[in-house]
Design a protein around this ligand. Structure first.
Ligand SMILES: C[S@@+](CC[C@H](N)C(=O)[O-])C[C@H]1O[C@@H](n2cnc3c(N)ncnc32)[C@H](O)[C@@H]1O
Length: 231
């Protein structure tokens, strides 16, 4: 089975078992946003291989990808236009995009404040930042990162938790309309079946456990997503 690896070309629904998607609440919210008729220009900042771009395509939306690693951008080009550039210096005019989508990039980018300023610059007035991030509220994530401060070869540079991330986004000139934590243990499942494919068959059971954990211990969620409008 071709499991999640953001360096490989992927098609939505093919690289993960469908039950895994049940614990990712931001899909429903992003889809509701992106299908709005006035959303035309979408930037996927830190697009890697274009996993998000391929999903947006399945909502009937095209997007522009940006990543600083050329071989990832080459894969993203399968899913739409994409450029090699830094998210800290986006080579487009101010007020270009209706939505800037940033998933699991801020903890690598090494300058969260600068990145948010740049995102705000390229958003149109009232444009939307859609942010999906890992946060350090989960003690296993926190200590795991201390012991191993990189992910698939990319250095991890930020140590925000859910609360400090919301504050940074608000302080950068955004009004947050939605903010949710999720995935208390499920992130383990993003890794384990890659290493031990036979575990994939337990995914439906693990999804049930994760949903219960998220209800009881949501504040220890290892991931979060935010929807924020440019003020
Ligand atoms: C964990 S991956 C996430 C990829 C994709 N957004 C996703 O969720 O599948 C982080 C990506 O951010 C990119 N990245 C890190 N710093 C960047 C920067 N300054 N400018 C652009 N991309 C950057 C990395 O090259 C990598 O592809």
């Amino acid at each position: 089975m071709n499991l999640m690896d953001y360096r490989k070309p992927v098609q939505f629904g093919e690289n993960w078992s469908p039950s895994r998607y049940k614990v990712l609440p931001y899909f429903r919210v992003e889809k509701a946003l992106l299908v709005q008729p006035d959303v035309e220009q979408i930037l996927d900042l830190g697009c890697a291989n274009g996993w998000n771009m391929s999903r947006f395509g399945q909502y009937g939306r095209s997007s522009i990808g940006l990543d600083m690693v050329p071989e990832r951008v080459r894969l993203a080009l399968e899913h739409g236009p994409a450029m090699v550039a830094s998210g800290l210096e986006v080579p487009v005019a101010a007020e270009t995009f209706d939505v800037v989508y940033v998933q699991h990039v801020l903890h690598h980018i090494g300058g969260v404040e600068d990145a948010l300023r740049e995102i705000r610059r390229v958003l149109k007035p009232d444009g939307i930042l859609f942010l999906v991030e890992t946060v350090e509220d989960n003690p296993i994530i926190r200590w795991g990162r201390r012991l191993y401060p990189s992910w698939m070869g990319d250095e991890i540079n930020a140590d925000f938790d859910f609360s400090s991330l919301r504050k940074q986004v608000a302080d950068a000139g955004f009004q947050i309309s939605t903010a949710e934590q999720y995935s208390v243990l499920f992130w383990i499942w993003e890794i384990l079946p890659d290493q031990f494919p036979m575990m994939e068959r337990f995914t439906p059971k693990f999804v049930t456990i994760e949903q219960l954990m998220a209800r009881l211990f949501g504040k220890y969620g290892a991931h979060c997503f935010l929807v924020a409008k440019k003020r």
